[in-house]
Design a protein around this ligand. Structure first.
Ligand code: FAD
Ligand code: SIN
Length: 561
């Protein structure tokens, strides 16, 4: 068997000692929009613990700029939002899931206002609605201009802190899920590590994975440092099914200045009228797509890459002068402040930009009730594959997905748990410490991120993907048998597993569709209009016809089939 997929290596080894134990009804791993919304719903029936591996507001949620896509205006309709989502998804969306999530948006938005989240309004009190790529209507609700994520995160943390049934554990890293009898059997909690309290076991009647994405598996990314794919890796090791792992969305416009962080320049800037120009000042998107700068992100990202390849230099430019300096500062105060640090004035200067990994589309396969394929494990947010995004995500649909599916996950799992407390198990690890040399963890992480960016990024080829898969095997041989005592080591092990899964899935999909572009298979193949589903212990992907993903009545536990 492929070494990286060898079952013995699924578990991150931990020392089998008597660990302190905590009991709860519901354990939520993640304190972003999905986890916090799930906790709020679960707390109506149960006691809940929420984990964040860093500070509570360290998440991709807090970094969101553009806003939340919600149908709100009479000039807009659910049908139109559904259509835009399906168009972006390149025939791989699960239409009933799209409709369900889109239609639940207004109710979730209403409660945000009840929880005192500020939403931007005009002088008459109507919501100010932005527009982004792939949307044919103005439907993006935002807060303090480009600070939507921070306002959302603050509001959700605020209500969670006031809820007596929710305990928030920050700086508490989940190493692995605990299963009753190995991969595929019921999940009964997680092993965690806290710098002050060390290793602990949290037993839970239900566990909700809301650990976000994996942008940090790539060198160029808009993501927060927490996004290392821990949840994808944990779920896979626990035997859950993962799907659509080959689809990553690359955001076209990330600030590109040597030494500066790869900060996102929100698509809403293009929605307000900014253009993309090449090094000669020519607007190139007009020749590429009828929606020009507001074409789907994969189209814009590849067009930028094409421009960069044609001319010396590593970036193109965003020309925000048509918006005007004053209006820009009013609408995008955060970006204005950031650019000022580099003496760039959007009303006067061109802004250097290039694409970066932005959003993980693939993840834990869940049904309409947020149930994974493993009993006791629910999931919501960026770590999941709900079928909403298909092969490409429509801008600002993920905060919406986090709110809607978070509420479902929390409500359903709290309703389904029975009175029996989780039974403590004897925790053992049969993996002996490695006798190989010590590992330079930062070096492995940085090599992995570079390789992913160069060869498993915006443009891919079968030959290069095969080479990368072999490289992952090699790295896995001497990295996955190490016992680490800190977050950096565990994260690198997770990133290796997630990188390997993405690479395998990308090699498997021999066509170009949505965000997944293969130079050796440049067109979509109607025969591949399905989902690649991956599960530990199985060689290769199982192709799922979209219709076959219809939601089962009860969770089919793979061990009982
Ligand atoms: P996150 O918000 O990323 O939260 C993940 C949580 O899991 C964190 O609390 C983290 O600490 C915790 N966690 C992870 N691993 C572990 C572990 N091992 N142990 C314990 N805890 C763990 N989407 C939109 O819809 N609109 C936008 O305008 C928008 N703008 C964006 C701008 C940027 C710069 C970025 C990066 C993304 C943007 N997105 C946007 C995408 C969107 O922000 C995310 O998809 C969404 O916030 C994900 O929410 P989440 O709750 O799933 O995960
Ligand atoms: C952006 O503001 O451009 C990002 C929005 C998103 O990723 O949905």
């Amino acid at each position: 068997m492929h070494p990286i997929f060898d079952e013995r290596r699924y578990l991150i080894p931990f020392r089998a000692v008597l660990l302190p134990q905590i009991f709860t009804d519901v354990l939520v791993i993640g304190a972003g929009v999905a986890g916090l919304r799930a906790a709020q719903a679960a707390a109506e029936h149960s006691d809940v613990i929420v984990l964040a591996k860093g500070e509570l507001d360290e998440s991709n949620t807090s970094w969101a700029q553009g806003g939340i896509a919600v149908v709100h205006d009479d000039a807009d309709s659910f049908d139109e939002h559904v259509k835009n989502t399906l168009d972006a998804g390149a025939a791989l969306c699960d239409e009933p899931a799209v409709r369900r999530i889109v239609e639940a948006g207004p109710a979730r938005l209403k409660e945000l206002e009840q929880w005192r989240m500020h939403l931007d309004r005009d002088d008459k009190g109507a919501l100010r609605l932005g527009r982004e790529g792939g949307h044919t209507a103005h439907r993006i609700v935002h807060s303090h201009g480009d600070a939507t994520g921070m306002a959302l995160s603050k509001a959700l943390i605020g209500v969670a802190q006031q809820n007596e049934r929710i305990r928030l554990f920050d700086r508490c890293f989940a190493l692995d899920l605990i299963t009753e009898a190995g991969p595929g059997s019921r999940v009964v909690g997680a092993i965690t590590h806290h710098p002050k309290y060390g290793l602990q076991v949290i037993w839970a009647k239900a566990t909700i994975l809301a650990s976000g994405g994996c942008g940090r598996v790539y060198r160029e990314t808009t993501n927060s440092p927490i996004a290392t794919g821990d949840g994808h890796a944990m779920a896979y090791r626990a035997g859950a099914k993962l799907a659509d792992m080959e689809f990553q969305q690359f955001h076209p416009t990330t600030l590109y200045i040597a030494g500066a962080s790869r900060a996102l320049i929100t698509e809403a800037v293009r929605g307000e009228g900014a253009h993309l120009v090449n090094r000669h000042g020519q607007r190139f998107m007009l020749d590429v797509h009828e929606l020009a700068e507001l074409a789907p992100r994969d189209v814009v990202s590849r067009a930028i890459l094409g421009q960069i390849e044609q001319a010396p230099g590593a970036n193109v430019y965003l020309d925000a002068r048509p918006i005007g300096g004053e209006r820009f500062a009013d609408r995008f105060p955060g970006i204005t402040k950031l650019l000022a640090q580099f003496e760039l004035e959007p009303g006067r200067d061109l802004i250097p930009v290039r694409p970066a990994m932005h959003y993980m589309i693939g993840g834990v396969l869940v049904d309409e009730h947020a149930r994974s394929s493993v009993e006791g494990l629910y999931a919501c947010g960026e770590v999941t594959c709900t079928g909403l995004h298909g092969a490409n995500r429509l801008a600002s649909n993920s905060l919406l997905e986090g709110l809607v599916c978070g509420e479902v996950a929390g409500r359903v799992c709290a309703e389904m748990i029975d009175g029996a407390p989780a039974a403590p198990l004897k925790i053992v690890s049969d993996i002996r410490p490695s006798d190989r040399s010590r590992l330079d963890v930062p070096d492995v992480h940085s090599s992995l991120r570079s390789v992913m960016w160069r060869h498993v990024g915006i443009s891919r080829s079968g030959e290069r993907l095969t080479e990368v898969a072999e490289m992952f095997d090699f790295w896995a041989r001497y990295s996955l048998d190490k016992i680490f005592d800190d977050r950096d080591g565990w994260e690198v092990q997770n990133a290796l597993l997630v990188g390997a899964l993405i690479t395998r899935a990308a090699a498997w999909r021999t066509e170009s569709r949505g965000t997944h572009h293969r130079e050796d298979h440049p067109a979509p193949d109607p025969g591949m209009r399905g989902r690649g589903v991956w599960r530990a212990g199985e060689e290769g992907a199982e192709v799922r016809e979209l219709d076959a993903i219809a939601v089962p009545e009860k969770i089919p536990n793979p061990n009982h089939q």
